[in-house]
Design a protein around this ligand. Structure first.
Ligand code: NAD
Length: 366
């Protein structure tokens, strides 16, 4: 007698530009592993929210969009942003609207060095490099606090204030998450990143919370590093890194640096987690909508496909998640690479190579 198939209800939001291209590739791969396992399937609901929707309605998503999304098991997101819509309008209207209102406070961004992909780092030839940026995703510099005023003083005299919000609770939960995460990794080490020499309030609070929480994890190495020094460290001594935890802005920048060092922005996956599972979590590539290459069928789908693997992990299907990771490695090792990695493959050809590689990995079975 066969067991009933578990159905995962997923909201797909391709968004703008290459978002649709990479999400289509990721969905093919996810459907394939589901069918191969026979134990679960995906029920996709696609939403056409984004900059074109904004052009039609004046909104990036409907007013009741969060209500619509609330009951899904997860959200699979492409990218948002398109010329003609100010970036802060598109980002706040859709992506940040979801991450902040669904309290997806932990953003996990692995930096993975894949076989067959040339890294600009010479160190990558000598060391197995692999680290994860854990980004505080609910407050900090992206709290959206501040304002613009005094424009009445005339041209050239406007004033803008952008305030970063650091709460003890917000710092503690992401720092604890980073330590717990480090315990699951071969190298049990957390580096906390701030700029507390110059930003003496919020980031000093962060540093103090980090020191306090670190004492509860004597089995995990810990260190505090300033963000400028950590940028240099990513390039010069990345072999020491395991988990890097940082505020919203600092981790955003560091994770782009990490994915560029791994070979391309197109490779990096990410998970926006609501660890308490009160709301659906959201999985998306780190990259944006790439208007310079959108519509040409040449964008790299690996970041989106790997984000699908993170989604499977979150849904409790870690065996299939590992199968996808291995299939990605086989694909890059075989030299099937998009132009951002120096190759000539199209988005579809990379997706097909991943599907072919999945055909040769052992199915998980029921
Ligand atoms: N999470 C998001 O939705 C997100 C993240 C970053 C930027 N954005 C938005 O995206 C738009 C473009 O921003 P940007 O140019 O600064 O960043 P971007 O990530 O879109 O592009 C930066 C560079 O990386 C390349 N690139 C990105 N994704 C790629 C892929 N999958 N394959 C190959 N090359 C890829 C692009 O061609 C470009 O040269 C803006 O509107 C911005 O606000 C959205």
């Amino acid at each position: 007698m066969s067991l009933p198939t578990k159905k995962f209800r997923i909201a797909a939001i391709p968004g703008d530009g290459v978002g649709g291209e990479v999400l289509a590739a990721g969905r093919q791969v996810l459907d394939h592993v589901a069918a191969q396992s026979g134990a679960f399937s995906f029920e996709w609901t696609e939403f056409d929210w984004g900059s074109a929707y904004f052009g039609r309605t004046g909104l990036m998503m409907p007013a009741d969009g969060l209500e619509i999304l609330r009951d899904f098991d997860a959200i699979y997101f492409g990218a948002v942003g398109w010329p003609g819509v100010p970036d802060h309008v598109s980002l706040w209207g859709l992506r940040l609207n979801i991450t902040q209102n669904f309290d997806q406070w932990a953003n996990v961004r692995p930096v993975t060095f894949l076989p067959g992909v040339r890294s600009p780092l010479r160190k990558a030839d000598e060391h197995a490099l692999d680290w994860v940026v854990v980004r505080e995703n609910s407050e900090g510099e992206y709290a959206g606090l501040g304002g613009r005023n005094l424009s009445g003083r005339g041209p050239g005299n406007e004033v803008a204030v952008q305030t970063a919000l650091f709460t003890e609770h917000g710092c503690e939960r992401i720092i604890r998450f980073a330590f717990d995460f480090a315990r699951t990794r071969p190298v049990k080490r957390v580096a906390s990143v701030t700029k507390s020499n110059a930003q003496q309030y919020g980031m000093v609070l962060w540093d103090e919370v980090f020191q306090r929480v670190a004492q509860e994890y004597p089995d995990v190495d810990s260190e505090s590093v300033l963000v400028d020094a950590m940028s240099a460290r990513f390039v010069l001594r990345p072999e020491d890194l395991s988990v890097v935890v940082a505020s919203n802005l600092n981790a955003d920048i560091l994770s782009d640096l990490g994915s560029a060092l791994a070979g391309s922005l197109g490779l990096a996956p990410s998970a926006n987690l609501n660890p308490e599972r009160r709301f659906p979590s959201m999985f998306e590539p780190v990259h944006g909508s790439a208007p310079d290459i959108a519509g040409r069928g040449i964008c790299n789908p690996i970041g989106a496909i790997a984000s699908g693997a993170l989604m499977l992990d979150h849904l409790g299907r870690s065996t299939e998640a590992r199968q996808i990771t291995r299939a990605i490695e086989q694909t890059t090792a075989a030299g099937v690479l998009t132009p951002d990695l120096g190759g000539t493959a199209t988005t579809d050809q990379v997706a097909k190579a991943v599907l072919d590689a999945l055909g040769s990995v052992v199915p998980a079975g029921r």
